[in-house]
Design a protein around this ligand. Sequence first.
Ligand code: GLN
Length: 544
Amino acid sequence: MARFVFITGGVVSSLGKGIAAASLAATLQARGYKVRLRKLDPYLNVDPGTMSPLQHGEVFVTDDGAETDLDLGHYERFTGVHASKADNWTTGRIYAEVIAAERRGDYLGGTVQVIPHITDKIKEGIQADTDSLDFVLVEIGGTVGDIESLPFLEAIRQLANELGPTRSLFMHLTLVPYIPAAGELKTKPTQHSVKELLGVGIQPQILLCRCDRPIPENERKKIALFCNVRPESVIPALDCSTIYEVPLNYHNEGLDREVLRHFNLSFYGEPDMRRWERVVSSIKNPEGEVTVAVVGKYTGLLDAYKSLGEALAHGGFAHNVKVKLDWVDSEVFEAGEGEAVARLEGVHGILVPGGFGERGTGGKIEAVRFARERKVPFFGICFGMQMAVIEAARNLVGLKGASSTEFGPCADPVVGLLTEWLRGNQVERRNASGDLGGTMRLGAYAAHLAEDSLVRAVYGQADIEERHRHRYEVNVNYRERLEAAGLRFSGMSPDGELPEIVEYPDHPWFIGVQFHPELKSKPFAPHPLFAGFVGAAVRQARLV
Ligand code: GLN
């Protein structure tokens, strides 16, 4: 039966709760345990799908088509365990299900309340489908003390009480700040944060203390004394240069040992951390560097491109090079061709990522043109592929009015609204006036790769499955004209209806894909497209 580790955060946000949870999971996995990670998010949106990437960061899409928090991306990258809809619950989704049940009459005349109905639903979500696991790590979003996370805290308090200490553990991540004027580390914020947790009935057994310098033994003891934990369970979490070093650091500080000790499991012997050591050594000792320009709209918040940044780094691991990212706001190119030339001259690869809406598209199209004409390796992802098709239609086929219907009616809709598609043998239907939430073409879909294409060589196989998140689609009716102009449709949906991949055979490396390969890349298994793209950038930089 699964044991549950609940991870809360205190003092401030952005301390790295998601990475901490993922790191502990990776270390337990390296000891041979079967793990799964889950996230509870206190906001009222049913999922982050309708939120701006500038507010929330990236939306991570699972194979089963759920739009989830970006922490689930860390979970997958650190453990290789594919997440599903069952692994991310928001307050909105919990309430939506309870209210739907109320409308159906499921509560048989009873008054529906936060306790027990909302808390029961949360407990049910946490425990669903966990029987075959050794550990379930549940991260609670937000910071202790927030009004909106109270039902989640109450639910995990109840659940831990029901499961008992042999099956539950509370871990709390706090900040131990250094105050320069006093020349001291301060433990008071940690004490207050634990007090706040105690106020809702939760006594953490392990404290992870984020700090920018080593925490002296004395301070550790002080924290232990005031917060009712063993000194060995006060685990320093020092800043480090790469997130992939975090599992090694937590292990060195004894985190996994303390967790196993709590559950009365043997903590002798060492986990096999070799793959983490290899990744860290590749990051710290690169044999060269390439520069990739990422031309997008949300460059003001890099969390909006979390998986993309990681996947590009993974591509670098495959060639032992550091991939330096030059984040370019596509609007800077709208001043004219000269701007694009000045900014993109000298980069070794250009990537246009996913995106929504017309703003900034002129600049993205300029970036595509630069890459095509100058033969710079190009990678277009989702919206980036659509931009590549519009660029080809306008500049090679000569359809000046070519555009996407996402921006309104146009003379040549080379990218158009997708109203019907196949999932396996099932038809899915949408229309222009339907809901925006959860209604895109979402999750894993298959594609068939054309013989003798670059993309088939990159994957080394003919059939693939990748995750999608889009509402518009390259219009297959323009295929003949675009192919005659040189843009090959090298990957199609199995029924041959939906263009999945385009490429230019007479270009060193130019691929546009309708899906999001960055979501499936792992540090120890770089995605073939990212490895291929960075490889092309390495050749462009003449490093080989
Ligand atoms: N806006 C485009 C669409 O909905 C692309 C989406 C994306 O890049 N994820 O089709």
